[in-house]
Design a protein around this ligand. Structure first.
Ligand SMILES: [Zn+2]
Length: 539
């Protein structure tokens, strides 16, 4: 018993572990029967996919990875929704695309080469971003499923139970639908739009519909009236009914949803009722999750540039992007400010977690080690223990054209880098440079001072310490560790506070109060220059 409890504790280290326990309890029968659990998520491809969608990918993806690690068969399906009506024009899309408003997205032509239609330009971009994160995702589009008739049964059930669905809307959300409303959008046979039609009757075989001029604000209907079969891709369910219909059609067991859908009376609750009462299918296991906030504000994909999954993913190595997405519990928001400290802090956090994982930390904690292991792109192998250059140090080296990155790294490490370490270092350097070029605040920009900076002042005590240092340096072997020893010796001899000694050293060379590790930092300058600078500063 004790051993069992200990084992449970040792696995319970990230938010995902208790979630997995709940999933195992709920689907005990399915799991022991060897059934494959279906995990699902989706995104409507109405524009570039917003970075917030990566949170859903990461939550579902991590659940899939951990289930697999525990020998539980599962599949993570991600739907690229290409059948919703085009109901908005993203800011960077040519205004001529206004003519396609109201059409099913798959009917809108591609605005860039390399994709079969408009939505899949965004779909392929998003696929690439998620592939880098290593999650075992099976992508699918929804249009072919309608065309193949996979939705025929649920369409029939929805139409037969239109009154029940209207009642559920009213009971759950308070806002009702008129008594003559049917849960179906027909593709108009005349103008091809799906966003503008309204079904007026259903006789068990065909629906009668009208393409209304003013049904929605974003598109105009052609006023055509018709009677057709609603099956085999001629019509689609509206979103709040389609969502639970998809759970049944795709045999979904697990599907979380963002905060915007998860509120009381929201679409997730409506879906939970419809799936049970109309489609006779159990409500999937839910994981409600919070927003991803860019620069403190809730982002919206329609607001355009800078907030797409692609743009944010370009700022971080994949495992740091994965860490960003999985480190917080789903019910906590993720705040991301590319111009603030988020990125440097994320690199530092990764290194700290690795200290816990590899037990370099004096008190290694399992939950941190667990998070580190889960943030790896390949979670099937144990991560390698790599020497990494700290973010601040690296941001200094890449700004100093006279420094060789690998050489400096080997000085700091105290030995040769392995090939994996060189790859990791080069990868980091690439992202650090990109960040410095595009987003970094001035405090991260280093400018080497050519002489004692203007306005440089120190106390008498500091003067004594710096002179002593100049003298000591004359006989110091010019190497980071030895320089560090010399500084500490002077600190002890003169009794000056560490801060009182370090700050003027950074001031003299960088014109600021802090910088990378001081011994190594001074070693990157010529010994004579350092001694001369100290002498002129204390004269
Ligand atoms: Zn029409």
């Amino acid at each position: 018993m004790a051993r069992y409890a200990e084992k449970r504790y040792s696995q319970r280290m990230s938010w995902v572990d208790p979630v997995i326990d709940e999933i195992k309890t709920r689907f005990e029968k399915e799991i022991s029967a060897g059934k494959t659990l279906i995990i699902r998520d989706e995104k409507t491809l109405s524009g570039r996919v917003h970075v917030g969608s990566l949170r859903g990918v990461a939550i579902h993806g991590l659940i899939s990875e951990v289930l697999t690690q525990q020998g539980i068969k599962n599949e993570f399906l991600f739907e690229l929704n290409d059948f919703d009506p085009m109901d908005g024009l993203p800011v960077n899309i040519d205004p001529s695309y206004q003519q396609y408003m109201g059409l099913p997205l798959f009917k809108v032509p591609a605005h860039e080469a390399g994709a079969e239609n408009y939505p899949m330009v965004f779909g392929h971009e998003f696929e690439k971003v998620t592939q880098a994160l290593g999650f075992p995702i099976k992508f699918y589009t929804v249009k072919p499923l309608y065309l193949e008739g996979k939705f025929n049964d649920v369409i029939r059930q929805a139409l037969d139970n239109a009154d029940k669905i209207r009642k559920i809307y009213k009971e759950v959300s308070g806002g009702g639908k008129p008594d003559d409303w049917y849960p179906l959008n027909v593709i108009c046979e005349n103008c091809g739009k799906v966003g503008t039609t309204q079904v007026t009757s259903w006789d068990g075989t065909n629906v009668t519909y009208e393409c209304k001029k003013l049904l929605v604000k974003w598109a105009q209907g052609c006023e055509h009236k018709g009677t057709i079969s609603p099956f085999d891709g001629r019509a689609k369910l509206p979103w709040k009914v389609e969502w639970p219909a998809k759970w049944k059609v795709m045999n979904v067991n697990i599907e979380g949803a963002g905060k915007d859908h998860s509120a009381a009376g929201g679409s997730r609750q409506i879906g939970a009722r419809i799936v049970k009462d109309v489609f006779n299918y159990p409500n999937p296991f839910d994981i409600p999750y919070e927003f991803f906030n860019l620069a403190g504000k809730k982002m919206s994909a329609s607001k355009g540039l800078g907030a797409s999954a692609k743009e944010v993913s370009d700022l971080l190595p994949p495992k740091l992007l994965k860490l960003l997405m999985i480190r917080k519990q789903p019910n906590h928001p993720i705040d991301f400010d590319p111009e603030g400290n988020t990125i440097p802090n994320l690199f530092d956090e990764y290194d700290r977690l690795s200290d816990h994982y590899f037990k370099r930390h004096p008190k290694p904690e399992q939950q941190f080690a667990r998070t580190f292991a889960l943030a790896q792109i390949d979670t099937t192998h144990a991560p390698k223990d790599l020497w990494q250059m700290r973010f601040t140090t690296l941001s200094f080296v890449v700004q100093m054209p006279h420094l060789n990155l690998i050489e400096e790294a080997e000085k700091l490490k105290g030995s040769k880098l392995t090939n994996d370490e060189i790859d990791a270092l080069n990868e980091r350097a690439l992202y650090v440079k990109k960040w410095l070029d595009q987003y970094a605040a001035p405090e991260y920009t280093f400018t080497i001072q050519n002489g004692v900076p203007e306005g440089f002042t120190i106390s008498d005590m500091q003067k004594v310490a710096l002179s002593a240092l100049a003298e000591k340096f004359a006989s110091t072997e010019w190497e980071g560790g030895k320089i560090q020893e010399a500084i500490h010796a002077v600190k002890t001899e003169t009794g000056v506070e560490p801060k009182e000694l370090f700050q003027p050293l950074y001031q003299l060379f960088l014109g600021r109060n802090s910088g990378p590790q001081v011994g190594w930092f001074l070693s990157t300058f010529a010994k004579e220059d350092v001694i001369n600078r100290l002498k002129s500063a204390t004269r």
